[in-house]
Design a protein around this ligand. Structure first.
Ligand code: G4P
Length: 527
């Protein structure tokens, strides 16, 4: 197949949701459609279970397994679809943010009973910063939930999306009869218990006044549907693919993932509208997917949980050109050539060595410590991909060396773990003490455990009373000098030497902002 054909048949996306909305279930059903897995439950078993929230070892073990399912690829209607898994566990949110830099679109799953939840909001915000095209799937219609129109209002108000329903539910819970697909003008009747829909359950109804509708769902439900669809048509904008591709309009689907219902309508629309691999901006220029020369960036690094293989896996998104096995590429930050004898792909949840990969694909590279998040590989050009931010952490502890003979090991371990993106390290300006900042509390245990088992170093923590860390910049030298002088006690450097303000409370942050109006406070590190 020609390069352009390969390129154009790729669709790379992520599924995001608040935990328990049904992301894992939906992923699994999508893979079933593509024939990538035979048995339902195959993805589920890799999900980090809620029961493990207090047991970080168990979580790490599960995370180790879940490497295999970090990228799930399947074929559908002659497209190669890559689903990048985003950890649902709140403590690994940063992993999710970074993965979102490697997708071209997302599907957001919402629980019909719970509506828009906290994590949905955070993740959609990250997508909106990048204008990522979003499709919404409202799940669990087999249960009682919020009214369809109220849900659409929530999507608009809490997520800031402009929405356009492309399917509409007929009843819900006990009375759930199915969905009417406005996209295909088909009535799809609900058959519970996870049975795949049959063709005879999908009935073409081009005109909702058709009396057949009353026979199929009952007169009352049919009338309600007519009224509601009429309302949808008159209130919401027409679906416009261009607007969707710009991230300005989000189609909405209704269904029940566990019953494999409404999923096919979602997928059929997805393959028609979702974007093929998109270009990416670098500090130097925009990289287009159809360029001849290969370029890609590392968006995630995962430690190998097998104690006999201490190597890590770096996940590289191919952005342009063709990636080939055993070929020399430039590691831009290290300014040296590297080649990869065993790059892996993630087809059907199995790891296999791949010979070549195209834009939109994700390649797993075995790594003994050469990669950091954001690193670039090219055929020789110096490029730095933009858009992989660090977010300001919310939990902090002083980290101390607990074994004086092992300070080198501790330093090395800390640097590598930070490169993996596990947490962020800040060094205080006044006394050089080190503070670890994380998004979730679990990471502290993960770091301590991994330092000991992978690097032979021991650390202890001390509480530190901090509210937030934010990066500071200022165009006015004098104002900056004054800020530094007055706030020295609260300043630190991150691993790139960038200045960070450590605020003890929301109030002190506000005061600092008010007293130093010329100084800018940034809540993510890319600015
Ligand atoms: P997540 O990845 O977003 O965290 O959610 P997941 O798919 O694991 O689903 C969370 C729970 O919601 C699971 O139940 C799952 O079976 C259920 N679920 C998913 N889709 C639907 C649906 O369409 N209708 C209904 N009624 N439930 C749905 P669980 O009890 O936590 O797990 P399990 O014991 O069923 O595996």
């Amino acid at each position: 197949m020609s390069f352009n054909k390969e390129l154009n048949r790729r669709r790379t996306f992520g599924i995001i949701s608040h935990p328990d909305a049904g992301k894992t279930t939906l992923t699994e059903k999508l893979l079933l459609f593509g024939g990538a897995i035979q048995v339902a439950g195959a993805v589920k078993s890799n999900k980090i279970k809620r029961s493990a929230t207090s047991d970080f070892m168990e979580i790490e073990r599960q995370r180790g397994i879940s490497v295999a399912t970090s990228v799930m690829a399947f074929e559908y209607r002659n497209l190669k679809i890559n689903i990048l898994d985003t950890p649902g566990h709140q403590d690994f949110q940063e992993d999710t943010y970074r993965t979102l830099t490697a997708v071209d679109s997302v599907i957001v799953v919402i629980d019909v009973a719970k509506g828009v939840e906290a994590q949905t909001e955070k993740l959609v915000n990250v997508c909106r910063m990048r204008n990522t095209p979003i499709i919404v799937f409202i799940n669990k219609l087999d249960r009682e939930g919020l009214d369809g129109f109220d849900l659409l209002d929530e999507l608009e108000q809490k997520l800031g999306l402009t929405v356009r329903p492309l399917s509409w539910p007929i009843g819900m819970g006990q009375r759930f009869k199915g969905v009417y697909s406005m996209y295909e003008q088909k009535l799809v009747l609900f058959r519970p218990h996870g049975k795949q829909e049959d063709e005879e359950d999908r009935i073409e109804i081009n005109d909702l006044t058709d009396r057949q509708l009353d026979e199929l769902v009952g007169e009352a439900a049919a009338d309600e549907l007519r009224e509601e669809v009429h309302m949808v048509e008159s209130v919401y904008p027409k679906f416009d693919r261009e607007a969707y591709l710009k991230g300005e309009l989000s189609p909405v689907f209704f269904g029940s993932a566990i019953n494999n219902f409404g999923v096919r309508e979602l997928l059929d629309c997805f393959v028609e509208v979702a974007p093929p691999p998109l270009g990416r901006v670098t500090e130097e220029r925009e990289v287009k997917p159809n360029e001849d020369k290969f370029a890609g960036f590392v968006f995630k690094i995962h430690a190998n949980m097998d104690p006999n293989h201490r190597d890590r896996i770096a996940f590289l998104r191919v952005c342009s050109g063709r990636f080939e096995r055993n070929t020399n590429y430039l590691h831009v930050r290290q300014n040296r050539k590297m080649k990869f004898p065993n790059p892996t792909s993630f087809m059907a949840a199995k790891k296999t060595i791949l010979e070549e990969a195209y834009p939109g694909d994700v390649v797993g590279l075995y790594d003994s410590g050469n990669f950091k998040i954001g690193d670039t590989l090219t055929e020789g050009e110096v490029l730095h991909f933009k858009g992989i931010p660090s977010f300001s952490p919310e939990q902090f502890r002083f980290v101390n060396n607990a074994d004086p003979l092992k300070y080198k090991q501790l330093d090395k371990g800390l640097v590598q773990l930070m490169d993996e993106g596990v947490a962020q390290l800040f060094t205080k300006e006044d006394n050089n003490r080190k503070i670890i900042g994380t998004v979730g509390a679990l990471q502290f245990e993960v770091i301590q455990y991994r330092l000991e088992h992978e690097y032979g170093a021991k650390c202890s923590y001390e509480p530190v009373n901090l509210h937030k860390a934010c990066w500071v910049t200022c165009d006015d030298e004098k104002a900056m000098k004054e800020f530094i002088q007055r706030r020295k006690r609260d300043l630190a450097r991150d691993k790139h030497g960038q200045l960070v303000y450590l605020a003890e409370s929301a109030w002190s942050l506000q005061m600092a902002q008010e007293n130093h109006p010329k100084v800018q406070f940034h809540f993510k590190s890319e600015f």
